[in-house]
Write a protein that binds this ligand. Structure first.
Ligand SMILES: Nc1ncnc2c1ncn2[C@@H]1O[C@H](COP(=O)(O)OP(=O)(O)OP(=O)(O)O)[C@@H](O)[C@H]1O
Ligand SMILES: [Mg+2]
Length: 366
């Protein structure tokens, strides 16, 4: 059971949308998912078609006293095929005050204790957090081993994110378990230069901790929430559904230990390579519309930008991505990954069919 907290103290960055639609996408791939709605606004509860006021029990009963943990099972509702939810209600907002006199440790381990009582039914538990780092978010972080931070590409403030990452680190130390953090760019409008640049900045900053997938702006996501359905059921061919499907694949394919191991792998790779006549090879990609450009090829195991030094500069309206590769003489195949889309190098006429028939660009190093 992978327990993932969806956290960002910034309001409206797509936490709830990510929780519900990632749940939908994971369920469509055959995983069983539990949504835990830790936000008193109860938006996730609403977004799976429930009316919080009509429910007799909710997470409040579970969290308000230590004995509540055993009631977790009884508040969970099977809402949609493969998706269950532990619903929220506005009464959750009273919890902080109610538990104010208790020790910090005792107050913040309630959700972890409640999840511990569940049978191992679920592949993923997704916890939707409120837009603040208070008692409810602390409970989510203590229960989770992974954290997904949605980052709005239409309004990006690095200060807030850094503060959040510091809090997560502090908490990791305090609770003695590591939290694997990854960020997901959301609300991406590729038509605006600002969003394209922001996406590039986020990628540069977070590197492999940033998902390859990006969530584009898509009104169908809003409509789906209003209809009380994940987009995988409401509009399965909409961009929003495709984007969350791709996050689901990435997430399922990369358990946290694998992501964390990546930098280590790179170090090993370096040691394994005998000192040979390796040299630096520079390739460039120019585009005025792209936000994020990475390179993947047989030289880096087709993992975009792995082991690659990347520089971005502007040339008039164009942005220029310079990729510095260190390679032995030989012939290599590669493609660019432009805003998540795999493409041939437009500036290189030489290509060859790859293993699945798609054309790969050819790089010859003498
Ligand atoms: N990719 C998207 N395209 C279009 N609309 C979106 C997208 N993601 C989220 N929205 C809309 O933006 C609004 C805020 O999103 P959401 O509720 O998921 O954010 P949040 O981080 O959970 O907010 P809060 O901090 O209040 O809990 C909602 O109306 C939602 O439908
Ligand atoms: Mg929300």
């Amino acid at each position: 059971m992978r327990i993932i907290a969806i956290v960002n103290q910034k309001g409206g960055c797509g936490k709830t949308t990510t929780t519900v639609n990632l749940a939908g996408a994971l369920a469509a791939d055959g995983h069983r998912v539990l949504i835990v709605d830790m936000d008193p606004q109860a938006h996730a509860t609403l977004a799976v078609g429930l009316e919080p006021d009509d429910l007799e029990v909710n997470l409040y009963e579970v969290l308000v006293e230590p004995a509540g943990a055993s009631r977790m099972d009884s508040i969970i509702i099977d809402v949609i095929d493969q998706i269950d939810i532990a619903p929220s209600s506005i009464v959750l907002s009273a919890l902080e005050q109610k538990l104010a006199t208790e020790r910090h440790d005792a107050r913040t381990e309630r959700l972890a204790a409640a999840l511990d009582t569940l049978p191992p039914l679920y592949d993923f538990v997704l916890i939707d957090c409120p837009p603040n780092v208070g008692l409810l978010t602390f409970n989510a972080l203590r229960a989770a081993s992974e954290v997904l931070v949605p980052l709005e590409t239409s309004f990006f403030a690095i200060d807030g994110v850094q503060k959040l990452l510091e809090t997560i680190n502090l908490l990791s130390d305090r609770i003695g378990h590591e939290l694997h953090v990854r960020v997901l760019p959301t609300l991406y409008d590729g038509r605006t230069r600002y969003a394209r640049q922001t996406l590039g900045d986020i990628r540069e900053l977070f590197k492999e901790l940033c998902f390859d997938s990006v969530i584009r702006l898509n009104v169908k996501l809003r409509e789906a929430a209003r209809q009380g359905l994940p987009i995988s059921l409401y509009a399965p061919s909409a961009n929003g559904a495709l984007d969350y499907a791709s996050v689901a694949i990435e997430l399922a394919a990369s358990p946290p230990d694998l992501v964390a191991a990546r930098p280590g792998l790179l170090e090993e790779d370096k040691e394994d390579i005998p000192p040979g006549p390796r040299r630096e090879v520079v390739v460039r990609f120019k585009d005025s519309a792209a936000g994020d450009v990475r390179i993947a090829g047989d030289f880096n195991g087709w993992i975009p930008d792995r082991g690659v030094r990347s520089l971005i500069a502007s040339e008039g309206q164009q942005r220029v991505w310079t990729k510095v590769l260190t390679l032995e003489p030989g012939t290599y195949q590669y493609r660019y990954v432009v805003d998540g889309e795999w493409r041939e190098d437009p500036g290189n006429p030489q290509s060859a069919p790859g293993p699945t028939g798609q054309p790969n660009s050819i790089l010859l190093v003498r």
